[in-house]
Design a protein around this ligand. Structure first.
Ligand code: FE2
Length: 248
């Protein structure tokens, strides 16, 4: 029994690519086929695979059905997290989505899932991605006041959702956590954030995230051990479409 994670499949069996330039190149050639073959080699029926968001390019559920069917057809238990491109998933309607895919897919949002003695907690998260530039005073300034206020609101909302996830797991008696995010836990300039702090506060052993794809972005945020937490980027292209083992 193992726990695996990967993200950013950006499937488009039914929908047109909104930003095809992003997904060109060697790493994306036949990636659906390669990923499925890798899963079939690696993942056993008793294993769990967490997909950390950006599952589909579809603009609504009808445009994502084939993509979600593809994910359902992969071996093992599948737990999905929302990414910034997952338009099919209204956070407020997660219970309805879960009911629709009952027995096939599970959805991590304002809840947690058990994996042995661990609680799997998570939310989409948020990190401002720039552009960052130097202002006249020589300080790095990434946004104007309006953008900063908007970003702050997004971070607060995601932080609250993550808190709900941790608290639900704590109330059920869990004290060991693996924390999942879609966005990286920090932006490129930060060494900590409210997301790294909550991971430390609850003693999460690992923080697993996606969103950074394309080689130039693999180092955007934390990777490796920091203050007792192990950080891993699991965007699909960064893993050559081989799910990463998170727990044995
Ligand atoms: Fe993505």
């Amino acid at each position: 029994m193992s726990l695996y994670a990967i993200g950013d499949l950006h499937l488009h069996f039914q929908s047109e690519l909104k930003a095809p330039g992003q997904l060109y190149g060697k790493a994306w050639k036949d990636h659906e086929k390669i990923f499925k073959e890798n899963c079939e080699k690696l993942i056993r029926p008793g294993d769990t695979l967490v997909l950390v968001g950006d599952h589909s390019w579809g603009r609504n559920l009808a445009e994502c059905e084939m993509d979600l069917e593809y994910i359902s057809s992969l071996p093992g238990r599948k737990i999905l997290l929302r990414g910034n491109h997952d338009m099919f998933w209204d956070a407020k309607k997660t219970p309805q989505l879960a009911a629709l895919y009952e027995g096939k897919l599970e959805f991590l949002q304002n809840n947690y899932f058990s994996y042995n003695e661990y609680a799997l907690v998570g939310t989409k998260g948020y990190a401002f991605e720039g552009p960052f530039y130097l202002n006249r005073a020589g300080y790095i300034k990434g946004w104007d006041e309006q953008e900063a206020a908007h970003a702050e609101k997004l971070v607060e909302r995601e932080y609250d959702r993550l808190l709900v996830s941790f608290e639900a797991a704590c109330a059920a008696g869990y004290s060991k956590f693996i924390m999942f995010l879609h966005y990286p836990p920090t932006n490129v300039l930060q060494s900590s954030s409210c997301f790294t702090k909550i991971a430390e506060k609850y003693g999460a052993e690992q923080v697993v995230y996606g969103h950074c794809h394309g080689e130039s972005r693999f180092g955007d945020s934390l990777r490796g051990d920091r203050r007792g937490v192990r950080y891993s980027l699991v965007s699909g292209d960064s893993l050559h479409w081989i799910p990463r083992r998170i727990l044995p």
